[in-house]
Write a protein that binds this ligand. Structure first.
Ligand code: PRP
Ligand code: ZN
Length: 295
């Protein structure tokens, strides 16, 4: 077993999490912890902070460094984009996909160029992701020249550094503003929670609690609470449409022969279900967000 050489007793039993200090994952990483009921002191412009109501210490780091910190056990866990994680290729475990920070690593060229087959052969490609790009080139038997730069990759074609770029695309506006078009996707990415391989028991326990809370928050975001009224004779058909957590709750209305039905619906099938429920005789449908969902 490898020793956590930096704090064998684990900083007073606290779980140490590394998150991005600024950039695309910062806001949502902080929000996720808040939604998990974890209060943090002074998050703005700090190197680290801690929580008073959960055994958690937070380190704010450059996202590119997070996999290394977690591999070394300097941080027990971290929130990082899969793009960075797979580029850095460190020995850490992925605990959970977090569903935010979605983007893709793509190849883009001048929008006026025709993207013919074998276009990439022999071209110069500018990127901050040389490892992932090289793997893509190898897998596709393309030989091209990789120019590694650390930022502002999108300007490379304009200044004559490269014909192609390999960079993150989220909304696509950076490419658009630089007169580029996306031609291939190399990796689909989102934020993930990663962990050090040999956690101490105390940290492990805190991590389990955190993951339980994260899953409850994610489920809640994914589901809506629905209330509707229906005549009693329509209830069997309506029940068939409602999965609920166990089964729907049914309460009699003051009006004879009518009931109020409460249940939970997943966002994916939401609109379709609402239409089916209306068709089945539901009225006065109310939809309410769920804050936490414990199953
Ligand atoms: C990435 C990428 C682009 C931009 C694309 O940078 O390098 O500049 O996002 O996003 P868009 O499609 O929504 O315009 P990021 O903000 O992640 O900063 P980074 O340079 O630290 O990766
Ligand atoms: Zn970065």
């Amino acid at each position: 077993m490898r020793e956590n050489k930096y704090s064998p007793l684990g900083a007073g039993g606290k779980l140490r999490i590394a998150i991005q200090k600024s950039g695309r994952l910062y806001e949502e990483s902080i929000s996720l912890l808040k939604e998990c009921g974890i209060d943090l002191r002074n998050v703005k412009d700090r190197l680290k902070t801690e929580s008073d109501n959960f055994p958690l210490e937070v380190f704010f780091l450059r996202d590119d460094d997070i996999p290394q910190y977690v591999e070394d056990g300097v941080a027990d866990i971290g929130i990082v984009g899969e793009n960075v994680l797979y580029e850095k290729n460190k020995e850490v475990e992925v605990v959970e996909k977090l569903g935010f920070g979605k983007c893709r690593l793509s190849l883009a060229i001048n929008k006026n160029e025709e993207y013919i087959s074998n276009y990439l052969q022999g071209k110069r490609i500018a990127t901050s992701y040389p490892v992932l790009l090289q793997k893509y080139l190898n897998d596709n038997k393309i030989s091209a020249e990789i120019h590694e730069i650390s930022g502002s990759v999108e300007i490379a074609p304009g200044i004559g550094l490269a014909e192609v770029i390999c960079d993150l695309v989220s909304s696509g506006s950076t490419l658009f503003m630089n007169g580029l078009k996306e031609v291939e996707t190399i990796l689909e990415s989102q934020a993930v929670l990663i962990r050090y391989k040999e956690l101490q028991p105390e940290q492990s326990e805190a991590l389990n609690k955190l993951v339980f809370r994260i899953r409850s928050v994610k489920k809640a975001v994914h589901n809506k609470y629905i209330l509707l009224n229906a005549p009693n004779e329509k209830l069997p058909e309506i029940f068939k449409l409602l999965p609920g957590m166990k089964s729907p709750t049914v309460l009699p209305l003051a009006e004879e022969g009518w009931s109020s039905v409460h249940s939970v619906l997943s966002e994916d099938e939401f609109w379709e279900k609402i239409e089916q429920l209306k068709a089945a005789g539901a009225q006065g449908i109310l939809v309410v967000p769920i804050e936490k969902m414990i199953t």
